[in-house]
Ligand binder design. Structure first.
Ligand code: HEM
Length: 507
């Protein structure tokens, strides 16, 4: 064989491979655009061709804003990847989370466990397994349980107010300028520490984050990155092998601290009416590793979420002093003749403007701005009137829906009045057409938030007692004001300083 023949015989297989490498993505793109079962769903062409724009947006932390823009352009039903659809339409809540034929299962790509990690309430996908864990926890979240937890919670809110007072008094001027965000986190993590493990994280006592919590913020971000790699199994495989042993050890130590806390709590001899007490009493019982993983995730689910809503609400309040004044007056008048200790969960439950402000905070600063995908059952299913093939991941864009002018009057503005009872009955109210049901900050159905009563009680109490004790203002320098819409999202919202001027209450 001469050299020319030799290179020709080599060129043929090589050429075929090269041709395939070029042709396959091209053919795939044509298929995804014109022949895929989702090809009739609106969305930008490039997002329908490849998962890459979705992943880039996820990694940049701009996913909820990017998708909000796309919803505005393409409508409430949106194809955001070759095989995935997302919704910003109120009917999607029931269709995805409460369909008559039974719940849609969580998409495992977001909930894959580490090789040695036990299942948890949040990562359990099979309905029976999930129901078993949820049932064991449920007695700790009833209104009765909440009542018996109230003294613990009041204690931390008192400590929060004391610490803030000390901070103001330590200043030579009449006010202190502080970042209030971490203070909300200190309070909510200490409260959950006590209710979950029988010991706080001592954030309020030490006026700083416990190292466990400081690490947690990075691990939530890392979880968003890890999930992104799962769309490319080869990349996931390589990256997993590249994780340095020191990082693995750090992860292990982080989890071990929770296991130790759980063990310490299980060894308590004294009865205390916290969330764990009900888990221990459960006759069928949960394995200890499931308790540990569940309480580890609950620590974030039960603290960071509430603190984010409080931070966002306070940020809007200081930038809208007229609304802040209405709220502070309402709280102060309501308890005028009594003392701060009259501010119980019961006494705070039905204060209309307080509830309206917090609802508006939940709408604009929803701590879970994007509810992670569920899968359409194998036989296919209809969501918002659109039939989708089995296995399609479907999700809800709470951020986009909550700020959609189709559902809320002046949707981007902070207007607590929209949640006052009269807004829904007075036809002349500009908010009469608001679709309250579009906002489901705690989700619906079998996997809805277990802690919503606790979250409401905490938020009302913290907000009311702070307004009872302090006057809040925005910093004079507008350069220090935070625009909530600028915050990035890595599964949860990545907060930035919320600078407030804090004074002891003047009147
Ligand atoms: C403003 C505060 C909060 C908001 C907006 C919120 C919102 C949510 C949402 C949207 C879900 C569903 C997530 C999904 O299905 O992917 C959820 C689940 C959950 N939340 Fe909350 N949450 C808050 C506070 C709390 C608190 C204080 C606790 C308890 C300590 C808690 C415990 C849970 C639990 C246990 C689940 C999982 C339920 C299950 O999978 O069965 N949350 N939360």
């Amino acid at each position: 064989m001469d050299a020319q023949q030799q290179s020709a015989s080599l060129a043929t297989p090589l050429g075929t491979v090269l041709l395939l490498l070029v042709a396959y993505p091209f053919a795939r793109a044509i298929y995804n655009i014109y022949f895929h079962p989702l090809s009739n769903i609106p969305g930008p062409r490039i997002w329908s061709v490849t998962r890459l724009p979705f992943v880039r947006s996820l990694l940049q932390g701009t996913i909820v804003h990017d998708i909000q823009k796309l919803h505005r352009q393409y409508g409430p039903v949106l194809r955001i990847a070759p095989n995935e659809v997302t919704f910003a339409q109120p009917e999607a809540w029931d269709d995805i989370f409460r369909p008559p034929q039974g719940q849609l299962l969580k998409d495992p790509i977001w909930w894959k466990r580490g090789p040695k990690m036990a299942v948890s309430l949040i990562s359990a996908i099979e309905p029976d397994e999930h129901a078993r864990i949820r049932k064991a926890l449920a007695p700790g979240f009833t209104p009765r349980a909440l009542k018996s937890q109230e003294p613990f919670i009041q204690r931390y809110v008192t400590l929060l107010a004391d610490r803030l007072r000390e901070t103001v008094l330590a200043e030579s001027s009449s006010h202190a300028e502080i970042d209030i965000g971490p203070w909300f986190n200190f309070a909510t993590f200490d409260i959950f520490g006590d209710l979950g493990f029988g010991e706080p994280f001592d954030c309020l006592q030490d006026s700083r984050y416990h190292p466990w919590i400081a690490l947690l913020f990075n691990s939530v971000k890392a979880a968003a990155f890890t999930s992104a790699t799962r769309f490319y199994p080869a990349v996931e495989y390589i990256l997993r092998r590249c994780i340095p042993p020191s990082l693995r050890k750090m992860q292990q130590d982080h989890f071990q601290q929770i296991v130790d806390k759980v063990h310490r709590r299980l060894n308590y001899e004294m009865e205390r009416p916290d969330i764990m007490s009900h888990v221990i009493k459960d006759v069928e019982g949960l394995p200890i590793d499931v308790i540990s993983t569940t309480f580890m995730i609950l620590t974030t689910a039960g603290s960071e979420t509430t603190a984010t809503t409080l931070s966002g609400t306070m940020n809007y309040l200081i930038q809208h002093p007229d609304k802040l004044k209405v709220l502070a007056d309402e709280v102060r008048k309501r308890f005028k003749t009594g003392s701060e200790s009259d501010m119980t969960f019961d006494a705070l439950r039905n204060i209309p403007y307080l509830n309206a402000v917090l609802s508006e905070g939940l709408r604009l600063c929803t701590p879970i701005p994007w509810i992670l995908p569920r899968l359409v059952p194998l036989e296919g299913g209809t969501i918002c009137g659109v039939f989708l093939p089995g296995g399609t991941p479907v999700s809800i864009q709470a951020y986009a829906m909550n700020r959609d002018p189709a559902y809320f009057h002046r949707a981007d503005s902070f207007l607590p009045e929209r949640w006052l009872p009269e807004a829904s009955t007075d036809e002349k109210s500009p908010y009469f057409g608001d679709r309250w049901e579009a906002m489901q900050a705690f989700s619906l159905g079998a996997r809805s938030c277990m802690g919503q009563n606790l979250a409401w009680a905490e938020m009302r109490l913290i907000m009311a007692r702070l307004l009872w004790n302090f006057d809040f203002e925005a910093p004079e320098d507008k350069g220090k004001w935070l625009k909530w819409e600028d915050l990035r999202t890595f599964l949860l919202v990545e907060k930035r300083p919320i600078n407030v001027r804090l004074k002891l209450r003047a009147d």
